[in-house]
Design a protein. Structure first.
Lengths: 175, 220
């Protein structure tokens, strides 16, 4: 009987108690950190949208059946414009962008989001000077009118395709 | 063994990365910048101190049969807590560490110290061992990261180095650079220690945590 206890009961009990304790500790830590994490996430998302559309005050989420490649669409409460998150295929998978447009559908701000493009190359596309060449563009010919960067063609194409998708989304939500 | 010796052996004689060749995955992945390497090293040290302490306190409670599941649950729980704390309060570090933060759970260094040291020693000694090993891991990461950041980014700890910043070798900031830097440092250490570092007994097959289960102990 004592062998049975030592060999089976005790290991099971000890492991169960440890599991329960760990589960309790993790959930306690979760309860403490979750509100902070959620609040910071919302704050960061807002800041990212403000970065591409600085004229806006706050944003509201637009419920819509968005085109392929467009993840989300937000409308500025004060009517300054829209912010779309869209992606397109680059060299290392999909490259997501945050695109800000004014109320007339002109691109006013672009930001490249985290991706797997080659380090050292993607920086040439995400360079603010290059992205600024697209500001004011409001049509597909306008997008294609900006030169791609040689050597970083695939990432440049991803940017152009993502912009084109954001334009499609704009046509859909401008109402 | 004196406490000083316990502390020092983790840093030099039994450096987890350069001598025991443990934890290479994060050592190569999170060593492109000195600041990230430092963060990864300290996060691992924190987890090590926690797990070594808990496992050492419970060393007479945990039955041998279920010790490995017990260790894993304890380590995973602690890592989850550290991960949430880092995400909530040190967000830039959370971004830099990425997947390697939760992967501390399966970091062989943490497991090796539980199995090789904390299981058999008092809590205070185990804490010293954790600090020593953690600092050794941090030092190794910072060493690799120094080579990679200086050559790959032309900076050190974010401070640009004149002359190098304009002529960086981007290979060193990518994965192959990690292997190259690691290889170079191992070569230098072997040269200095005349090959002794690589032949340490504890890094051999006989000291593997699964030695008993494998049954080929020492038959290298």
């Amino acid at each position: 009987m004592s062998n049975f206890r030592k060999d089976y009961v005790r290991p099971i009990l000890v492991l169960s108690v440890i599991c329960l304790f760990c589960a309790w500790a993790v959930s306690a830590a979760f309860a403490v950190t979750e509100p902070v994490i959620l609040q910071m996430e919302a704050e960061r998302a807002r800041e990212a949208r403000l970065f591409v559309l600085p004229q806006a005050d706050d944003f509201e989420y637009i419920e819509a059946d968005l085109p392929d490649g467009v993840i989300s669409a937000y409308r500025a409460i004060n009517g300054a414009g829209f912010v779309f998150q869209s992606f397109a295929r680059g060299y290392g998978g999909n490259v997501p962008f945050m695109v800000g447009m004014d109320a007339d559908g002109r691109v006013v701000g672009i930001q490249m989001l985290s991706n797997n493009e080659t380090v050292g190359f993607r920086e040439r596309v995400s360079d603010p000077e290059y992205l600024a060449l697209f500001h004011g563009v409001d049509s597909l010919p306008g997008i294609l009118g900006v030169d791609s960067i040689s050597g970083v063609t695939r990432t440049s194409d991803a940017l152009k395709n993502a912009l084109a998708r954001a334009l499609q989304a704009y046509e859909l939500v401008r109402g | 063994m004196s406490r000083y010796a316990i502390l020092i052996k983790g840093i030099a004689k039994e450096n987890p990365v350069f001598v025991l060749a443990l934890g290479l995955c994060p050592a190569l992945a999170v060593s492109s910048l000195v600041s990230n390497a430092l963060g990864m090293g300290l996060a691992t040290t924190l987890v090590l101190i926690g797990t070594n302490t808990v496992i050492s306190i419970l060393r007479n409670v945990i039955p041998d049969k279920v010790r490995i599941p017990c260790y894993i649950v304890l380590i995973a729980g602690l890592v989850s807590i550290v991960q949430m704390l880092v995400q909530a309060f040190v967000y830039p570090l959370y971004l830099a560490l990425g997947i390697f933060l939760p992967l501390i759970t399966v970091n062989c260094i943490v497991f090796a110290r539980a199995e090789l040291f904390a299981k058999k020693n008092k809590p205070f000694d185990s804490i010293i061992d954790a600090i020593g090993t953690g600092l050794g891991f941090t030092a190794a990461l910072v060493a690799i990261a120094t080579v990679r950041e200086v050559l790959g980014h032309g900076s050190w700890f974010g401070i640009p180095i004149p002359g190098l910043a304009e002529n960086s070798i981007s290979l060193f900031s990518m994965a192959p650079g990690g292997f190259i830097a690691f290889g170079l440092i191992i070569a230098v250490i072997s040269k200095i220690s005349k090959g002794r570092a690589a032949k340490l007994k504890e890094s051999g097959c006989a000291s593997c945590p699964s030695c008993a289960a494998c049954g080929k102990g020492g038959a290298e």
